[in-house]
Write a protein that binds this ligand. Structure first.
Ligand code: NI
Length: 395
């Protein structure tokens, strides 16, 4: 264990109470995507008081702060997401959400508190810092593509960075105080599709005088469920799940139309494009066969997150010197994460921090062991400082 690491861990432990109190305050006052006004103003004020250059309002409620070291070096970023989820908290914690139906169930309260801790630690260690560190507090990760919005509003033009790191606390599924990442694809492309099958309804006794959408619906369900097995290389992977089917109102009426929607998870853009195209061809073909008009909409949601392989190798190496358990994951996560938008623009590495907990993320009873916070702040500070050194490979 090197001296610098030991010293950073001690400093982090000395501010642990403050990090935890930030986290509990954010937990008690969760805010949904692009509504993180209270959170971002606390973040912005705290950073200003620590002596950072602070820019508010990038991507709505986003906050970006920069600290420059005394010597020249690369510019690297650290990102935390700030938003909560529209769900009712059932943890029974003394600092549980005071807002009915809004909960920090994805650890973003912890991410913000940890990154404020990092800010404090880096401000104390400005003399050890080479180059610059940019701290990004991002709004709207949970379905709002806040990362994309920050990019559209000129994040990289205002803060050009050489590389970027993102962190997510992951309770239950990963060991406490462990670091997990993966080279290349880390999370899935997560998309949605919607189809409306339009026919002409009427009495169930006169099928020859109507255009029944239901046989088309049945064929569509069958075709979608064989799309992966008949169109995708067995050594590649994809998941298509139909999540909704709606049609009809009673037993003796043929309905006018039917609706079908589902989700698609893929790990390469090539497979994603093939599924997007095939779903369109199938809906057109089934429409023609049955004399139905089928509208098809494919919503490209979050792209897959691509970790830069060289940068990730460096992170894994550094991690092995920092904690006992560093996991280089064999397969990508099937979940999605909008850090992916950054990863498509700039060499990036996204890292999971394992934690003890009661339930996994997005569960109303999810809690995590707060000792991960000071530890995670120490790790991110160590990463921020060490990745400015000359021996850290710049991708
Ligand atoms: Ni999350």
């Amino acid at each position: 264990m090197d001296e610098q690491y030991r010293s950073i861990v001690n400093s982090a432990l000395s501010i642990e109470e403050e990090i935890i109190s930030w986290r509990r305050d954010f937990h008690k006052h969760p805010e949904l995507g692009f509504e993180e006004k209270r959170t971002s103003s606390i973040v912005s004020d705290a950073l200003y008081l620590m002596g950072f250059e602070v820019s508010d309002g990038i991507g709505g409620t986003g906050v970006v702060a920069r600290i420059r070291g005394d010597e020249a070096g690369p510019v690297r970023g650290l990102r935390a997401d700030m938003d909560a989820l529209p769900m009712k908290e059932e943890t029974g914690l003394p600092y549980a959400s005071i807002y009915d139906g809004i909960m920090h169930a994805c650890c973003h309260d912890g991410h913000v508190a940890m990154l404020l801790g990092v800010a404090k630690l880096l401000a104390e260690r400005k003399g050890e810092l080479k180059g610059e560190v940019v701290l990004i507090f991002q709004p709207g990760e949970e379905g709002f593509a806040g990362a994309k919005k920050m990019l559209e509003e000129g994040l990289l033009e205002k803060f050009p960075m050489d590389f970027l790191f993102g962190h997510h606390i992951m309770p239950v599924i990963l060991p406490h105080k462990s670091i997990t990442t993966r080279k290349n694809v880390f999370t899935a492309n997560s998309d949605r599709f919607y189809m409306e099958i339009k026919g002409k309804g009427g009495h169930a006794s006169i099928p020859h005088l109507v255009k029944d959408p239901l046989p088309g619906l049945g064929q569509m369900i069958g075709a979608i469920n064989t799309l992966v097995s008949r169109n995708i290389d067995p050594f590649e992977e994809a998941v298509i799940s139909i999540g909704q089917v709606h049609a009809g109102s009673t037993e003796n009426i043929i309905p006018d139309s039917a609706l079908i929607s589902g989700s698609v998870r893929t790990f390469t853009d090539e497979v994603q494009q093939r599924i997007f195209r095939r779903l369109g061809e199938i809906s057109e073909g089934i429409g023609k066969t049955n004399g139905l008009d089928i509208s098809y909409e494919y919503k490209f949601n979050y792209p897959s997150l691509i970790n830069d392989p060289d940068l990730t190798e460096q992170v894994l190496d550094l991690g092995r010197g920092f904690c006992e358990e560093v996991i280089e994951k064999e397969n990508p996560f099937t979940g999605s994460e909008d850090f992916s938008f950054f990863s498509r623009e700039i060499p990036s590495c996204f890292i999971m921090l394992g934690a003890h907990g009661t339930e996994g993320v997005h569960h109303p009873k999810m809690t995590f062991d707060e000792s991960v916070l000071a530890w995670g702040a120490a790790w991110q500070s160590y990463l921020a400082i060490r990745s400015g050194e000359d021996d850290f490979q710049k991708s």
